[in-house]
Design a protein around this ligand. Sequence first.
Ligand SMILES: Nc1ncnc2c1ncn2[C@@H]1O[C@H](COP(=O)(O)OP(=O)(O)OP(=O)(O)O)[C@@H](O)[C@H]1O
Ligand SMILES: [Mg+2]
Length: 114
Amino acid sequence: MVGIPGAGKTTYARCNLGHAIRICLDDLRLMLSGHAFAPAIEPVVAVAADALRDSLAEVHLHCSLALAQRRNASRPNPVPAYIVEGFFRRLEPPTREEGFAEVIDVFVDEDSPA
Ligand SMILES: Nc1ncnc2c1ncn2[C@@H]1O[C@H](COP(=O)(O)OP(=O)(O)OP(=O)(O)O)[C@@H](O)[C@H]1O
Ligand SMILES: [Mg+2]
């Protein structure tokens, strides 16, 4: 999932994507090597993660800078406002050309339930 800090990615995923497949590198490590971390297996973990990711959809949560700043400021441990702004300026939208099976655009505003 892609979006600037404070946009609401975690909240959106909890409320709307409970059924979605989640790629967890630590789970892959355990499955492939039987260990939480084994340096020798890291190249295999990377290839497996890339292949899995490319077969799945990426969700791009679009959120205005002002809304993300407000949400970020209202949470218990906000990241500095300049960091949010930096992400907003640098964010590159995900594309199918990167290999994702699908890119889903979600637009949130003040009134979005999540
Ligand atoms: N639809 C919503 N309505 C009201 N408040 C929201 C909504 N979505 C998220 N929030 C609040 O905004 C703040 C940021 O949300 P959240 O943690 O989901 O963002 P995030 O994109 O996952 O941030 P990060 O990139 O830092 O992980 C939280 O305090 C959350 O409760
Ligand atoms: Mg989050």
